[in-house]
Design a protein around this ligand. Structure first.
Ligand code: SF4
Length: 288
């Protein structure tokens, strides 16, 4: 059977610029902070369990609220960003605070902050996701609503000037569908911001890939928004699609799939991708 299997790798996958920037900020802070002192990180730096564990082993301590930050400690804000009140609380407690919010997320926060009180923010996002929560709390209007689907547009109250924004890692098609539904209900709704380039590039690479594969494997953590969007592209076209953390979660039996496609979320480190690809090659005896 060796030689009949093909492994196809998405042309664009893995770490994006925003994640690399956040990782560099952590490495720099780690170098600057005495080894005995932790670097505190609010939530996770990026949504990847391997990255989080590696950081923990290098002295990162993850906290869920600003109140957990010891006075005078060193603290890092992760790539997803935080709301202004949270940032202020961190500033009041931290001896050194470094903000590694991705500049693309910052831009959406700024657009939200510039909304006037007579406008209403309708944000398409993932409920409970720190990026969505952060954008909402930056809004310059108290009329702010998180929606997750077309269906939720119907339950919005009457809005005079709705402005549609989107969490940066969602899918274009989903964003277009939800905005069309919003426009259908509120013809004066306007759209601002956009899906980030890194997410859309990874999505288009998977859209190309799924045309010629039997199984899609996306490497990433279950709570990674952008990795889940990649998996959904495979599901949408009706091929088996799995989100796996690494080689340990590969299906026991790969032999029924002759053309396997691999992609990885924007927070998945190269090493996690290489280990998974190597294991697939080893099991199916695929040469480089
Ligand atoms: S996926 Fe996009 S928005 Fe998120 S960190 Fe990467 S570049 Fe920034």
């Amino acid at each position: 059977m060796a030689g009949n299997y093909e492994l196809r790798i998405a042309r664009c996958l893995g770490f994006c610029g925003g994640v690399r920037r956040a990782m560099d900020a952590f490495k720099h802070l780690r170098t600057e902070t005495p080894a005995a002192k932790p670097v505190y990180v609010l939530h996770e730096l990026v949504h990847n369990c391997t990255v989080t564990e590696q950081m923990r082993s290098c002295g990162a301590v993850f906290i869920a609220t600003p109140g957990e930050l010891p006075e005078g400690a060193t603290c890092l804000i992760g790539a997803h960003g935080v709301g202004p009140e949270t940032e202020q609380l961190l500033r009041e407690r931290a001896g050194c605070l470094v903000d590694a919010t991705c500049p693309i997320v910052k831009r959406v926060q700024q657009i939200a902050a510039q909304l006037s009180s007579d406008e209403a923010l309708v944000l398409l996002g993932v409920r409970g996701h720190p990026e969505a929560e952060g954008i909402l709390s930056h809004a310059g209007t108290t009329r702010r609503f998180l929606v997750t689907s077309v269906a939720e547009i119907a339950s919005l109250p009457e809005l005079s000037k709705p402005v549609f924004l989107c969490q940066t890692t969602l899918g274009h098609e989903q964003a277009d569908r939800v905005f069309a539904a919003l426009r259908g209900r509120f013809p004066n709704a306007r759209r601002d911001g956009s899906i980030c380039h890194a997410s859309s590039e990874r999505q288009s690479a998977v859209e190309e890939l799924v045309k010629s594969i039997d199984l899609l494997l996306v490497i990433g953590s279950p709570h990674s928004s952008n990795a889940n969007r990649l998996r959904e592209i495979g599901e949408y076209v009706g091929i088996p699609s799995m989100l796996i953390e690494g080689p340990e979660q590969l299906p026991d039996n790969l032999s029924g799939f002759y053309r396997i496609g691999v992609s990885a979320g924007a927070s998945t480190p190269d090493e996690q991708i290489y280990r998974t690809v190597d294991e697939i090659r080893r099991r199916l005896k695929i040469k480089d």
